[in-house]
Design a protein around this ligand. Structure first.
Ligand code: MN
Length: 356
């Protein structure tokens, strides 16, 4: 297990590499070329410059989150092969830079959805939260403005202004794309990129849909165990794997996360670990990582990872905003560092108990 933190890059993140370097047990970052747009082929020189910046700070690039997928690929538009070629060029250059883990998602239009980015909890901390009743009353065209107002001036991942500005066109592109079509387009994409992944030993780790059900009438294909097993089987290559995101899968309390972990043994390349508190069906808020602060058994989750021999990359996921820190919502230093310490503690206890 390699403990990391997500870092959005100089100029985009309030947290510095030097700060991350001081979090005990953290040896790498998960990062991206945040200024690139979905569909663009990344330049090797930009990748190498990012790598040098991270390594100069005493850390490693443990993986990329995300290399985003152009909507033409997701919708199966006649242009898709051009964008897949660009994606392959990006993978080759990342492989040449010795970067072998890619997180991405296959969600239509919106990367992730929340109804509030700063819900106040009883202890005064603020968290991202989701309430289906609120979402049902929101016109998706107003979603960006609503989130931007609470983004503390940061560009939110997956909500790139240039892309979301064309929301009407985006929705039109997905008009005839149902769940089966989206899945078919997903498999087409995977089959085309797998030879490059084989060549460079790159692990693709799809991020589950967040939340784990259709939003704004758009289809979702990575929402639970059966659907995860369906795509793993459809392209049965070890480089075709999963990002186990407890917060996204756990948004549906019916998802038994330790069971998903055991069912996907060997195919989980990356883990996002965070806790949620369920208030009512379709109504949840993010919590501190500690089990007792939310609805998830974090020990059971870490134990399932440990027992299945997980040796991939892990990171605490969203944290609460605490101690007056101002950051991109969910991505402050303090609570995520507490998350690292807690998850490292669970892991040390699991491994030492095992050895005795
Ligand atoms: Mn996640």
């Amino acid at each position: 297990m390699q403990m990391t933190m997500r870092w959005f890059g100089t100029g985009y993140d309030s947290v510095t590499l030097q700060q991350i370097r001081q979090v005990p047990g953290v040896t790498g970052v998960i990062t991206t070329l945040y200024g690139t747009r979905p569909g663009e082929a990344w330049e090797l020189k930009d990748i190498l410059a990012l790598k040098k910046e991270v390594e100069d700070a005493g850390l490693k690039i443990a993986g990329i989150e995300s290399v985003n997928i152009h909507d033409a690929i997701k919708t199966g538009h006649p242009d898709r092969d051009k964008y897949i070629d660009n994606y392959i060029a990006t993978l080759e250059r990342l492989g040449q830079a010795d970067i072998r883990l890619i997180c991405y998602n296959f969600m239509p239009v919106f990367d992730w959805t929340r109804s509030d980015l700063a819900k106040v909890r009883p202890d005064g901390s603020t968290v991202l939260s989701y309430n289906q009743k609120i979402i049902d009353q929101i016109d998706p065209n107003n979603m960006r403005a609503l989130l931007e107002k609470q983004a503390n001036g940061f560009v939110l991942p997956g909500w790139e202004p240039e892309r979301i500005a064309k929301l009407k066109e985006l929705f039109a592109m997905y008009q005839d794309v149902d769940e089966d079509k989206l899945f078919e387009n997903f498999v087409y994409f995977l089959q085309r990129i797998m030879p490059t992944c084989d060549k460079y030993r790159i692990d693709m780790a799809i991020h589950p849909d967040d939340p784990a059900w259709p939003v704004f009438g758009l289809p979702r294909i990575i929402t639970g165990k059966e659907k995860i097993q369906r795509f793993l089987k459809a392209v049965d290559n070890p480089h075709n794997g999963l990002t186990l995101c407890t917060g996204s899968l756990g948004s549906n309390p019916k998802n038994d996360i330790p069971d998903v972990i055991r069912a996907c043994k060997g195919r989980i390349h990356f883990a996002h670990i965070r806790n949620l508190k369920h208030n009512a069906p379709g109504d949840f808020e993010e919590a501190a990582h500690l089990s007792s602060d939310g609805s998830m058994d974090m020990f059971a989750i870490m134990k399932a990872l440990y027992d299945t021999g997980f040796d991939g990359v892990i990171r605490p996921d969203h944290g609460r905003a605490i101690w007056g820190e101002v950051s991109m919502p969910g991505y402050g230093l303090y609570d995520r560092a507490l998350g690292c310490a807690y998850l490292n503690g669970l892991w040390e206890a699991l491994s030492k108990t095992d050895k005795r």
